[in-house]
Design a protein around this ligand. Structure first.
Ligand code: AHR
Length: 496
């Protein structure tokens, strides 16, 4: 099978906002306790943070991490997690039916983020709480000194403000499962009032308002319209969430889900711009895709309730999951003009690229690799490439291209990310380059991740699935021909 990708140096979508390589840590399962934090572990530092985990987070090069939820945040009292440890309460955590010991809170997480080389994206509770607790948290985190909340932070040992710039106005408030779920009007009103007092407390912050929990929600579309009618001039981004699963073991359909993600994004861009027009606004609201991943393997797992850090949502990812994650990342980049933040949900142990064993080692899931490679090489100007290739139909989507691809140009050259969705045939890819200085160009590398068994997975015992460098290709003038094996994830780097 053949495919052609045409790239022009100046045909671009836009400069990628690096926060698209964000991730997410929720107080859920073993993400925090025995994930990032495990005092007494041989790899724990003086604060109890696992350095083996920090090393892998740094390898993923995640610029921002959303915290502390997720569904968790809608019942969270942030004050429970600050101040002397011995005074922190253990609470019934209603979102996941666990016990929350509050050993880690805002200050510790900021410390961890510094060690992991990332920034915090903080979510406030608009479920059981509201604008008052939200503005107090902004004051606690960001105001220098001389007020009750800023001086409380200083008394807790944090003289300098944390300077947290990006804040989420609650989480998935459209979902019936959410603690104190609201209608779009109810949420829109409370989000507006929270936004006002939060920005009055610190005008430099940016705010994300809740969009739909997925595009299959019954209120999808009308939710965003109503919420934006209330909040438009006071917020900066609207959130999108989506998770996909291969429950029917229909892999061609599963791999086509990124097209659904693309149309989800384009619909919400349309809603934002509709509200902009209705309000005659000069401001553009962009998108924060702050939960996305594959999630289904752990759906029926039975876990004991009301325990601390039970093994919840511990999906073990396969080769085919990594292919869809690659397609989803490519989709985010193809919408780089409007998607400014995105969070792979989540980061450690809970539907995560990084897994730990309590008291033991740490390992990379299959989905770790497409993310790490794109985060490393996919920063710069995203190009608007033209793909010509064969297509296939699924039960939901017609005309799915076998080739999914995007290219990013930076000072070093050009990197092309590509998935061959064809499960049986290799794809011979011709790449035509226009407007580049190809005379002085060189082929750097082509790495391929594939496995004969699409259900192959990594584990604590070893990595069956990871990228492997191919025998070098050749750049001949402005053209390049490469072979992308069936069902493979490919990264092609050219020095130009
Ligand atoms: O990421 C797991 C959960 O998925 C989050 O807590 C919630 O926001 C979403 O439903």
């Amino acid at each position: 099978m053949k495919a052609k990708l045409t790239l022009h140096k100046d045909f671009s979508i836009g400069i990628l906002d690096e926060r698209v390589y964000g991730s997410f840590i929720e107080h859920l399962g073993r993400a925090v306790y025995t994930g990032i934090y495990e005092p007494g572990h041989p790899e724990a530092d003086e604060a109890g943070f696992r350095e083996d985990v920090i090393r892998l987070v740094r390898e993923l090069n995640v610029p921002i991490v959303r915290y502390p939820g997720g569904n968790f945040v809608s019942g969270y009292n942030w004050e429970d997690g600050v101040g002397p440890l011995e005074r922190r309460p253990t609470r019934m955590e209603l979102a996941w039916a666990t016990l929350e010991p509050n050993k880690i809170g805002v200050n510790e997480f900021v410390e961890w983020a510094k060690k992991a080389g990332t920034e915090v994206m903080m979510a406030v509770n608009l479920g059981t709480r509201g604008p008052d607790a939200a503005r107090n948290l902004v004051e606690y985190c960001n105001f220098p000194k001389g007020t009750e909340w800023s001086d409380l932070r200083r008394s807790h040992g944090y003289e300098n403000p944390h300077g947290i710039k990006l804040w989420c106005l609650g989480n998935e408030m459209d979902g019936q499962w959410q603690i104190c779920h609201r209608t779009a009007d109810e949420y829109g009103r409370v989000a507006l009032e929270a936004a006002k007092v939060m920005k009055w407390t610190d005008p430099s912050i940016e705010l994300v308002t809740c969009g739909s929990s997925s595009s299959i929600m019954p209120t999808f579309g009308t939710w965003e319209t109503t919420v934006l009618e209330h909040t438009y001039e006071h917020i900066d981004y609207v959130s999108l969430h989506t998770y996909y699963g291969n429950r029917d073991n229909d892999t061609p359909s599963f791999l086509a889900r990124s097209l659904e993600m693309d149309s989800f994004i384009k619909t919400i861009v349309g809603v934002c711009d509709l509200v902009k027009a209705r309000k005659r606004s000069k401001k553009t609201v962009n998108l924060s895709f702050d939960e996305w991943n594959v999630w289904f393997h752990s759906n029926n797992a039975k876990v004991e309730k009301w325990t601390v850090a039970p093994p919840l949502l511990e999906d073990v990812y396969t080769m085919e999951d990594a292919l869809l994650v690659g397609c989803m990342l490519i989709t985010l980049l193809k919408n780089a003009d409007r998607v400014k933040v995105a969070c792979l949900a989540q980061l450690v142990n809970v539907i995560a690229p990084i897994m730990t064993e309590a008291g033991g080692g740490v390992w990379r899931q299959t989905i770790f690799y497409p993310f790490a490679q794109m985060s490393k090489y996919g920063r710069g100007m995203v190009l608007r490439g033209e793909i010509v290739c064969d297509r296939y139909d699924t039960k939901d989507i017609d005309g799915v291209p076998y080739l999914e691809s995007v290219a990013v140009r930076d000072e070093q050259g050009l990197t092309i990310f590509a998935v061959n969705r064809n499960l049986c045939e290799a794809l011979v890819l011709e790449i035509e380059l226009t407007g580049f200085d190809t005379k002085n160009g060189r082929f750097i590398e082509h790495t391929v991740m594939r496995h004969d068994n699409l259900k192959a997975a990594n584990s604590a015992k070893g990595e069956l699935v990871k990228p492997v460098a191919q025998v070098a290709g050749k750049l001949e003038g402005a053209a390049l021909e490469l072979m992308l094996p069936s069902a493979s994830w490919n990264v092609i780097r050219l020095g130009l």
